[in-house]
Design a protein around this ligand. Structure first.
Ligand code: HEM
Length: 507
């Protein structure tokens, strides 16, 4: 009985506090000239547990994406709020709002008493993501402001053009990859093969690991075990971000064990790299790994380990997902494949430098069109670090500013953003790479690589590698035919991919 009474009293206290906060927010919003935002029609309008549990059930049953995921403009308007554990989670497709969270925060200094309007003081990731730190430590994903700047600076030497444009190892590995593809009309899942290939590319770029050069079977096994532990540890970290304030209720022991496995593997590699103390081997101008570049900047093993783990998290399943989607689309649009083949015909292999790859329009148009239709990241968000405002979404018309309380989040809804008919044309649902000859989306209207200070630092590397792979496939294969008549079906994790892979026959 006492337990029940305590529970009831706690629930009443929480609801009362919630109502009080909402009342305070409404007063604050009015003083800032804001109007109410439209809400997702929750069954639980206090904490939004219906969406939380709906998402969990969907994830467990591996069914469709959660009910608040939209590919076209949501029925609640361009900007609307969902409740996540009592806090507002606002999604928007308005470029002005997106600019306010990534580019330049709305300035609120003055009589309203809200200080500081620099974007990095207003919007951040750290409050949501710091729960991941037992796995990945501190780095550019989990920090904000000056701390973030420090970690981003550590990445710089690895991403300078001289380093990422050195593609000789990549080109040789890509040639092997294409040469080993079965070309006898059997069904191949290109998505699995590309995942494996780009995992090796990442391991080379980040840790200097070339799996084919790992000297013994034991070494290779250690890499496999590391990857397995990494996957589990990252899942645990993701669950903690997802569950937010309920995260501490999740079991911790198993998670810590896999985190330790990851740490001990990376630490071993860090010490090896530090002990070798040699300049990078001069043979064949290899790309300098992130690990190597970090050891020249700091001797703090833990700091290096964390940056390597962050690097793996940021780059995995990105270029491979883009290319599997591209192949999915090309296998269903034979005219686009034939056009690509005719455009590259007769171009000698030495033409394909880093710059040429990035500037070759027929390939660029195909990749941009794929990223428009199937962006690798579904939403890009930030949490409000202080009370602030976004310019649009308030009132019945959605044209008034909206108050965003500290602790609420705002996210750009990338799928509907990329399907805006006013920007991309009436046929937004069609694959038509040539549209990129005519359209010029503005900065906050096309965001496959994010925007503002924290936009993707691996963009050129990813696009050059994806372009090269596409050129190679088009020059060495005559046909790519789809072996799957199902629609592209989103599988939502950190990235979004086609749940059915990319099933094709190659000729
Ligand atoms: C098609 C491939 C890729 C796509 C679509 C992509 C997309 C993105 C996006 C949207 C962000 C911004 C996240 C945010 O604002 O919260 C980002 C950040 C980042 N990406 Fe990529 N990415 C790709 C490939 C890569 C690769 C290959 C690397 C590294 C080798 C990489 C490294 C990074 C890093 C380090 C950041 C974090 C920047 C920061 O927070 O300071 N990305 N990426």
């Amino acid at each position: 009985m006492i337990v029940l009474l305590t529970l009831a009293a706690t629930a009443i206290a929480i609801i009362f506090r919630h109502a009080l906060l909402r009342w305070r927010y409404r007063a604050r919003a009015r003083s800032l000239g804001c109007q109410p935002i439209r809400y997702y029609p929750h069954w639980d309008p206090v904490f939004g547990t219906d969406v939380l549990f709906g998402t969990i059930i969907n994830m467990l049953l591996k069914r469709k994406p959660p009910q608040n995921v939209f590919w076209d403009e949501p029925p609640y308007g361009k900007t609307y709020a969902t409740l996540n554990q009592g806090r507002d989670w606002i999604t928007t497709v308005e470029p002005e709002n997106i600019e306010a969270i990534f580019g330049k925060a709305v300035s609120l200094t003055g009589d309203d008493g809200i200080k500081g309007s620099r974007t990095e003081e207003v919007w951040g990731n750290a409050p949501l993501r710091s729960v991941m730190e037992p796995f990945c430590g501190k780095g550019f994903i989990t920090t904000d402001g000056k701390e973030w700047q420090h970690y981003r600076n550590l990445l710089k030497p690895s991403f300078v053009k001289a380093n990422v444009s050195e593609m000789s190892w990549f080109k040789a590995a890509a040639s092997d990859f294409v040469a080993n593809l079965p070309k006898n009309n059997q069904t191949v899942d290109m998505s699995q093969r590309l995942d494996q290939f780009f995992l090796n590319v990442s391991l080379n770029f980040l840790l200097g690991i070339r799996k084919e050069q790992e000297s013994t079977a034991m070494d290779q096994l250690a890499v496999e075990e590391f990857l397995q532990a990494f996957h589990e540890a990252e899942m645990g970290a993701g669950m903690r971000v997802f569950f937010g304030r309920l995260g501490p209720l999740l079991p911790r022991k198993k998670w810590m064990q896999v985190c330790e496995k990851v740490h001990s593997f990376v630490d071993g590699r860090v010490r090896q790299a530090m002990q070798s103390q040699q300049p990078y081997p001069p043979s064949a101008k290899p790309i300098k790994s992130l690990l190597h570049n970090l050891t020249t900047q700091t001797s703090d093993v833990q700091e290096i380990r964390s940056q390597v783990i962050h690097g793996i998290m940021a780059s995995q399943d990105t270029t491979s997902v883009l290319l599997s989607n591209t192949i999915f689309l090309l296998s269903r649009h034979a005219w686009a494949w034939d056009h690509l083949r005719s455009e590259i015909k007769g171009i000698p292999p030495e033409y394909w430098t880093f710059e040429a790859l990035l500037n070759f329009k027929p390939v660029r148009n195909i990749l941009f069109e794929t990223l428009r239709l199937y962006p690798v990241f579904r939403i890009l968000g930030r949490q409000a670090l202080q009370d602030t405002v976004i310019p649009l979404g308030g009132g019945k018309s959605g044209t008034h500013p909206v108050f965003v309380a500290r602790g609420s989040s705002v996210a750009a809804n990338i799928f509907p953003l990329h399907r805006n008919k006013h920007i991309f044309g009436e046929d937004v649902g069609s694959f038509r790479p040539a549209r990129w000859e005519a359209i010029r989306p503005k900065r906050w209207e096309f965001l496959p690589f994010g925007g503002g200070q924290r936009q993707c630092v691996g963009k050129d590397k990813a696009l050059a590698e994806a372009s090269y792979m596409l050129v190679l496939l088009a020059s060495q294969l005559t046909a790519i035919q789809s072996r799957d008549d199902r629609d592209w079906t989103p599988q939502v994790k950190l990235t979004v991919r086609n749940a059915n892979g990319s099933l094709v026959a190659l000729g």
